[in-house]
Design a protein around this ligand. Structure first.
Ligand code: BV8
Length: 225
């Protein structure tokens, strides 16, 4: 029985040195999202998209979980499966901090998906050099991330957890991207308590029962502990 649903966004990994998407100097400023994170962009220029994800996958080895990730791992250790953690992030920092059940609704950098046989593989190398799929041998692997216009993972389970929970907590997200940005509306519509922990005001701050301002590395441990 889920009691708490936690949604995290790029802000939870910002203090680990992982660029966010929309803050000044954020990741997208290097690239217009629509030129790298869509199936059309991949079809038009697969090398560009592969290089974008290969660089981010390689950068994972240079970052570490921060106090927010560790606090959320303590929350799961204390409450077990009463906590449902869903992240918009494609990094593996929640796992490396010790959280065992992480639901990556937008996929994972350290995974590749074969568009010929459909197999998904843990992947730490590059894809731009078109390595063979370990399953079928074809050179048709793509990053296993959810691009704009694609269907997020785990939506049914996420909606069920939101239906069951008492509390929905959103951490480090601008509330721009749907359907994640709609979770707070779904929670409120079903009479749940809602809390936002974010550095700045987000697009949905006014929707939450309570919205606390500050860095995740301070707000999340203070909330968890
Ligand atoms: C879908 C993976 C149908 C790839 C990502 C018009 C209107 C409304 C919606 C749409 C529309 N046109 C199209 C849509 C739908 C579209 C969408 O929402 N577009 C937006 C741009 C308008 N969505 C989709 O296409 C999705 N699919 O809708 O399918 C469907 C839906 C349901 C069921 C069935 C079918 C798929 C979207 C997934 C796209 N992929 N990522 C990759 O990573 O490259 S999105 C990407 O941006 C991230 O994954 C992340 O999820 C997302 C949002 O970013 P945030 O995490 O919020 O980060 P951001 O930088 O924006 O904000 C950081 C926040 O942290 C800030 O608020 C900041 O203040 C705070 N912060 C910073 N530092 C700290 C901090 N907080 C605390 N501490 C700190 N230190």
């Amino acid at each position: 029985m889920t009691r708490i649903v936690v949604l995290t966004g790029a802000g939870v990994s910002a203090e680990s040195g992982v660029a966010t998407f929309r803050d000044s100097g954020g990741l997208w400023e290097g690239h217009d999202p629509m030129t790298v994170a869509t199936p059309e962009a991949f079809a038009a220029d697969p090398d560009l998209v592969h290089r974008f994800y290969d660089a981010r996958r390689a950068a994972l080895s240079r970052v570490r979980p921060n106090a927010a990730h560790h606090a959320l791992a303590r929350l799961e250790a204390a409450l077990g499966d009463a906590v449902y953690l869903v992240t918009q992030n494609v990094d593996d920092l929640h796992e490396r901090a010790g959280t065992s059940r992480v639901h990556h609704m937008h996929g994972r950098l350290r995974a590749a998906w074969c568009t010929v046989c459909g197999a998904r593989h843990t992947w730490d190398g590059t894809l731009v050099d078109r390595p063979p799929c370990p399953g079928c041998g074809s050179s048709s692997l793509r990053p296993d991330v959810v691009w704009f216009g694609e269907v997020p993972y785990d939506m049914e389970a996420i909606e069920e957890a939101l239906w069951d929970c008492d509390l929905f907590v959103s951490i480090g997200t601008s509330g721009v991207v749907y359907p994640a940005a709609a979770f707070v509306h779904y929670a409120i519509g079903n009479g749940k308590q809602t809390l936002e922990l974010n550095l700045d005001r987000s697009d949905s701050s006014s929707d939450f029962h309570e919205s606390r301002r500050g860095p995740a590395s301070e707000l999340v441990p203070a909330w968890v502990d």
